[in-house]
Design a protein around this ligand. Structure first.
Ligand code: FES
Length: 176
């Protein structure tokens, strides 16, 4: 998969594991986003066209229009990517569980929540996000979503992994 002219999303958030949310992927593509809640359409990469509609009705209409043609989607490619990601995540979780305490030991709960929430894509912004999260939680025990957004606002995630980052911070707030 090298490029696309159009990427159509129906009724769900963009899949970061396939990097659709990243502007570095499919740079020239027009995104058409269809969903029945605004957050499904505007989570990180805005569509050139955004349509508020029922995903089920949309899919039904598309299948009807396509006349049940055979799919050309490379499902093996996507499954291979997902499998590799799951394998890496499993290895990381195992090494985290077995690591000794100390300076090169177990992850801090904030780091662990970032891993659990899959809140890192390329990972460049992650150290800054984790440190900003630590500073925020040191000063505020039960931060609201607005507090979290303000607390992390000095860090920019170009991948647009914000929804998962916010979820990781919310989960970490319950632990630290
Ligand atoms: S995870 Fe890549 S910039 Fe944030």
């Amino acid at each position: 998969m090298s490029d696309a002219d159009v990427v159509l999303t129906v009724g769900r958030r963009l899949d970061f594991q396939l990097a659709y949310g990243s502007p570095s992927v499919f740079q020239g593509a027009k995104f058409v986003r269809i969903g029945d809640t605004p957050s499904e359409m505007r989570d990180n990469r805005r569509g050139a066209v955004e349509i508020l509609a029922s995903p089920a009705e949309t899919l039904r209409a598309m299948v009807e229009h396509a006349g049940n043609r055979e799919s050309k989607v490379d499902r093996q490619w996507a499954a291979k990517l997902r499998g590799g990601h799951e394998e890496r995540a499993k290895k990381l979780q195992q090494s985290m569980a077995n690591a000794p305490k100390g300076s090169d030991g177990k992850l801090h709960p904030i780091q662990a929540e970032f891993v659990k929430a899959d809140a890192l894509q390329c990972g460049f912004c992650t150290p800054g996000m984790v440190m900003a999260c630590k500073a925020l939680l040191d000063n505020r025990k039960d931060p609201s979503l607005v507090d979290i957004k303000r607390g992390l606002s000095g860090n920019i995630c170009r991948c647009g992994a914000y929804p998962r980052i916010f979820a990781a911070v919310q989960a970490a707030a319950k632990l630290v």
